[in-house]
Design a protein around this ligand. Structure first.
Ligand SMILES: Cc1cc2nc3c(=O)[nH]c(=O)nc-3n(C[C@H](O)[C@H](O)[C@H](O)COP(=O)(O)OP(=O)(O)OC[C@H]3O[C@@H](n4cnc5c(N)ncnc54)[C@H](O)[C@@H]3O)c2cc1C
Length: 464
């Protein structure tokens, strides 16, 4: 794998080019709304606010360039999963959590239709999500997961045995799968670049190469000046820890990916995957993959989960051992791809709150808002969060009342901070070591029960 490009932000940028830089903040400015972070959350928020109230002066401040973070590096699963739904059901009742799920189902369609309306060609293919099991324990979890999703109102989800799964995609050893139509494959960078351009065309100001060092009520402070605004919205996800006072708010969790060279027609015939569903599994340290528009497979997984002290980024460089591990998953799924070159490997950070629940908040007393903590499911969730932030700002400023979105159970959810180091680091390392062991054990021991330690790790980490 010596020819593998490592880092360079992500394969998606190698494929589609980095954008022309926008000017940094030239000095002190004022705005009606200041958004910190130019990923999907920040850009969708700017988009929906400006559409709803064109007179608003909106400024986006981005430390590097729009799409530098997870929004320019992800697996391109636009799907209806949302972190924390089950906990929200426990806290607010089942009906509230079902409403949240329904809002997520609609969000997948909302992104597809809005991208189309804005002329953003992001290689979107609405093929749904297919999740496979290849051990008895995974199959047991898959069936349980399938039943849970049906209970949350997904009437159109289907369960497949080994033969039907192979009709869709030939994953070695697959014993079953579950499919939902509420998902689509996309090219992350095409979406984020198109979105930034659409937002700018609406009249939103974007300043790049402008790191915000501190957020205070009505102030976003940068080395080049301060933006003063009644509303300051923090949309910094996995990078949040770098802001003053936020070190233990959301843990920056790494996710790493590889992209193969384009496969040949013969290789594709041997795999199937004509539906271009996004593909996942039921392992504890799960994988996620897509068939790209230009005929590659991109595949992601956890790798080194967390860097001591909430460190985040070196432009996507990933450890050789992680590339090896992802390659191993690729060839376990598709043994015929053993000799295929890995064109690119990269990683990025996502934001994990202490209780693993995504949130969207506007503090009416200070005008400070934030959205994120999506864990690994932010491509669609960021859009729902953005429309919710729009409604919260409009409600607070007297331009609108309560809406269906402002009453969803993830709004204004509070959670405690992560433990200080070294406990944070030890906890995450321990949890993922346990998951990896559990996955290995499940591959070699034909049991339908997840190993006990994995269940304990879930409970201790706050994940379930
Ligand atoms: C490798 C990987 C694969 C993933 N795959 C999927 C997937 O397939 N499906 C899915 O649903 N989710 C996936 N996710 C998660 C998803 O990509 C994110 O949840 C989503 O992109 C979050 O968008 P965001 O705008 O909130 O954060 P980001 O995209 O991270 O944007 C935050 C932005 O804020 C900027 N910023 C940060 N701090 C500051 C500051 N102090 N001042 C100014 N700017 C700042 C950053 O530079 C960045 O551009 C994946 C994540 C990773 C890392």
């Amino acid at each position: 794998m010596s020819s593998t490009i490592n880092g360079g932000i992500s394969f998606w940028y190698a494929d589609h080019g980095t954008p022309a830089p926008r000017e940094p903040l030239p000095g002190d400015e004022s705005a009606d709304v200041c958004i910190v972070g130019g990923g999907y959350t920040g850009l969708w928020t700017a988009y929906y606010l400006k559409k709803a109230a064109p007179f608003l002066r909106i400024t986006v401040l981005e430390q590097k360039f729009c799409g530098y973070g997870a929004s320019g590096r992800n697996g391109g699963w636009l799907y209806n999963g949302i972190a924390g739904r089950d906990r929200y059901a426990r806290l607010h009742g089942r009906e509230a959590a079902v409403r949240l799920q329904e809002a997520m189902n609609e969000t997948v369609t909302e992104v597809i239709e809005t991208a189309k309306a804005e002329g953003i060609d992001a290689d979107i293919h609405h093929g749904g999500v297919l999740e496979v099991a290849y051990t008895p324990a995974q199959l047991a979890r898959l069936k349980e997961f399938h039943a849970t999703e049906l209970a949350y109102g997904e009437k159109d989800r289907t369960l497949h045995g080994a033969r039907e799964t192979a009709d869709r995609i030939r994953v070695a050893g697959a014993v079953g799968s579950t499919w939902t139509p509420h998902g689509a494959r996309l090219h992350p960078v095409k979406l984020v670049k198109g979105l930034a351009a659409a937002v700018e065309a609406l009249g939103v100001t974007i300043h790049e190469s402008t790191p915000v060092t501190e957020i205070k009520p009505k102030h976003a402070i940068t080395p080049y000046g301060t933006v003063r605004a009644p509303y300051i919205l923090r949309c910094t996800e996995g990078f949040t820890a770098s802001l003053k006072g936020q070190r233990r708010t959301w843990l920056p969790m790494n996710s790493s990916m590889i992209a193969t060279e384009p496969l040949s027609d013969t290789q594709w015939e041997s795999i199937g995957w004509e539906g271009r569903e996004t593909l996942g599994d039921m392992a504890h340290a799960y994988m996620y993959a897509q068939r790209t528009a230009d005929g590659r497979i991109t595949l992601g997984g956890r790798g080194v989960p967390y860097r001591y002290g909430s460190k985040t980024d070196n432009d996507g460089r990933t450890q050789p051992a992680t590339i090896e591990a992802l390659h191993e998953i690729l060839t376990r799924f598709f043994p015929q791809l053993a000799g295929v070159e890995i064109a690119h490997a990269w990683s990025g950070v996502l934001g994990v709150p202490r209780d693993w629940c995504a949130t969207v908040t506007l503090d009416r007393a200070t005008g400070l808002g934030w959205a994120g903590g999506y864990v690994g499911s932010g491509v669609a969730t960021a859009n729902l969060a953005a429309r919710t932030l729009r409604d919260l700002v409009q409600q607070d400023s007297g331009q609108a009342g309560t809406t269906d979105l402002t009453t969803l159970p993830w709004v204004n959810h509070k959670v405690r901070k992560w433990e200080p180091e070294p406990f944070r680091w030890l906890g995450v390392q321990g949890m993922y070591a346990t998951y990896r062991n559990a996955d290995r054990q499940e591959l070699t021991t034909p049991t339908t029960q997840a190993p006990r330690l994995a269940r304990i790790a879930n409970r201790l980490s706050g994940r379930h």
